[in-house]
Design a protein around this ligand. Sequence first.
Ligand code: ADP
Ligand code: MG
Length: 830
Amino acid sequence: TLKAGLENKNIAKNEPAKPVVNIPVNRRKEVQESRLKLPIIGEEQIIMETINENPVVVICGETGSGKTTQVPQFLYEAGYAHGKGIIGVTEPRRVAAISMSKRVAMEMNLSERVVSYQIRYEGNVTDETKIKFMTDGVLLKEIQKDFLLTRYNVIIIDEAHERSMYTDILIGLLSRIVPFRHKRGNPLKLVIMSATLRVEDFTENNRLFRETPPVLKIDSRQFPVTIHFNRRTPQDSYLHEAYRKICKIHRMLPEGGILVFVTGQQEVHTLCRKLKKTFPINKTESSTQEKRKESRRKLDKNRERAVLPNINLDNYSVAPVDEEADEEALDSDLDLEENEPEEDIDCKDVESSDAGSCTEPLYMLPLYSLLPSHKQARVFEDVPSGYRLCVVSTNVSETSLTIPNIKYVVDTGKVKTKFYDKVTGVSTFKITWISQAAANQRAGRAGRVGPGHCYRLYSSAVFNEFEKFSPAEITRRPVDDLVLQMKDMNIDKVVNFPYPTAPDVEQIEAAERLLVSLGALSAPEKIQRFRDLKKGFVHKITTLGHAMACFPVSPRYAKMLALGQQHDLLPYVVAIVSALSVQEIFVENFKPSSEENEKEEFTKKLEHMKAVKKLWAGTGHSLLLGDLMVLLKTVGACEYEGCTPKFCQKYGVRMKAMKEVRKLRAQLTNAVNSVIPNANICIDPKMKPPTDLQAKLLRQIVLAGLGDHVASRYPDVIPETSDGSEKKMKNAYQCPDLEEPVFIHPTSVLYKEKPHFVVYQNIVETSKLYMKGLVAIEPEWLPVFAPSHCMFSKPLDEPAPSFDEVKGEVMCHMNSTFGNCSWTLPAVEL
Ligand code: ADP
Ligand code: MG
């Protein structure tokens, strides 16, 4: 039953009740039957009444209760997309936006022209679209163009519990847009949906909504899930522990799908492959249905009596993944040729257990957000009969996707999270414990079809130490892109924005400082160390800033685009920025394995990749453009040769990433043409590599965008250190914001070159601090292209050298007119 938030004292009955129109939907019989099983269906009436009578409604319900698939349908049937205006649904993940739009279209028996999606690079929205699923970033961009969101009658903010940065900002903005629309007599409904009950940041926040929105709680028809804690918590071998646990479950427990949570794509593949080796698909066996049934009957008998004992842990090293090969293997699924004997040292102790051995294959499916969409969709398809489903997933299936027929959850308790230094922006991927809320979400996945079991690979003592909830994203990352977007919407006092959870003032200050140095925000007079910020002084957006905000990339890259219109550099800058904005283009981020043959193959592959990169980097300025030249050539070659599996295999390039790069490149080309008059660029499939001069100018443009990301090499031996001893700093670099030395990442083409000065894209922390995405620069360029980041030992009598003056060379010009505005860099602070 619903407690229709009626416990909230004053429900705002101030909305004109929307006349309930009944728009018929012709669902197929099976769909109708499966809908009726969802807990949310019985609550349609009260949900719709509450939405009709209130401007803002919060709906909480367990994952799988039917929020995402059903609420848009309720609204559609009640006429919210009838006539003008449509229903918008935002998702923090692209996977969810695409798969949910397809699912809802299917359930409603409507075409994808009517129930559509839009993500950063693609979509199928048409004039007929009535329900539009999109990522939260897409809606934010729309608000910039149309603050009142006049196209929409309802906005559903889904997965609000995830607290993604854009979701938070959208809720803040909508808290202002909704009353505006109400005043105009054209109300916009806001529905916030959450998988947890923790919604106080939205409801009890008096900066957000004037009247506390009603909270509807959907009682889920969740079956009991028995939680099994490990007696001991593995130190660093959770993957191995997961492997053993799955072997045990598969061998000893009755049928039912297994869902395993690990932290990343590489782990997903490693585990999938290991399990496929252990439980191979044996063709002779699989053709003998009878034999199979017999063995299942026997096993089931054993399993019924079996109890899962706690198992010991060994060290486990992550094996390299030949991703393409692995994906191919997955493609052929049941026709898998591999017929290896069921030997696996890691599994010995499991085999010797009294349950006997099981020769049944597991139907292994990987799931992570970078997996191609059609492969992601497989988790919703039927499992071939006689097989046990085993999904190895990252936390995408924690709340956004409900995988059917899961009975056992194996929870490593780990998640990979990107941590940023809020001020320096140094990012680290760390594997950490999840929150208690996340652990409970994961466990809940086992109780959708019947009573289930969740095996937590950590002790209850450790669980009690977990954070209660995961923190909001906005408090954990740099906010420069966000601040630029907000300033572009004329929200000048970013500090005063009604955030559900506010970022730190230092985060905002760091962002404003960066944007001022890029010329996106005004720096009236001298930069006053940002004391003024607290006095209510605001940095206003400049014309350049408005232009930069039109590019859907980080402000640093937007600046590079803005500078590109000289010496025919724009197409190159667009290609480079597209490649930089997509993560992990190359398949090279796996650790060497301990297994000899794999190690050898892996080393061979790495050597090959190195050779390819070296070749692409070339010589002269081309080589000095470093990793960015490699990216540029990769983009060019891919366009020239075609983005085929063969191309990707040959050069160790990730196909899905390359496809994204192509889409982003097309999108940026359009954006550049509309923002920069006379730019007139197009995507040339036969783009020539840049000339030596162009490569040099590109290096300068990169420096102009990343002036705060400069590092200089320490002399190999620093004679005196604080303790007086001689300290070797071989190959170490120094960068302004960090005390610790940083190093060139071994995958960089400049690894052996060791230039004196470099610009890096980002610093990642693994065993050391490593710089990635490097370009070599000349120190004399610094006062020209990054003056606000320079320190001068004595005041300059003259202004900083002008752009054409250094050594009488051709230099990239920075103070030219851009579009229809002219701008210059901020004054040099001495
Ligand atoms: P919630 O948003 O509350 O987590 P959903 O609306 O996403 O719930 O899911 C409701 C039900 O629909 C779940 O049981 C889920 O398994 C099913 N479902 C969702 N998407 C698909 C799909 N693409 N194919 C099959 N079943 C699906
Ligand atoms: Mg959902």
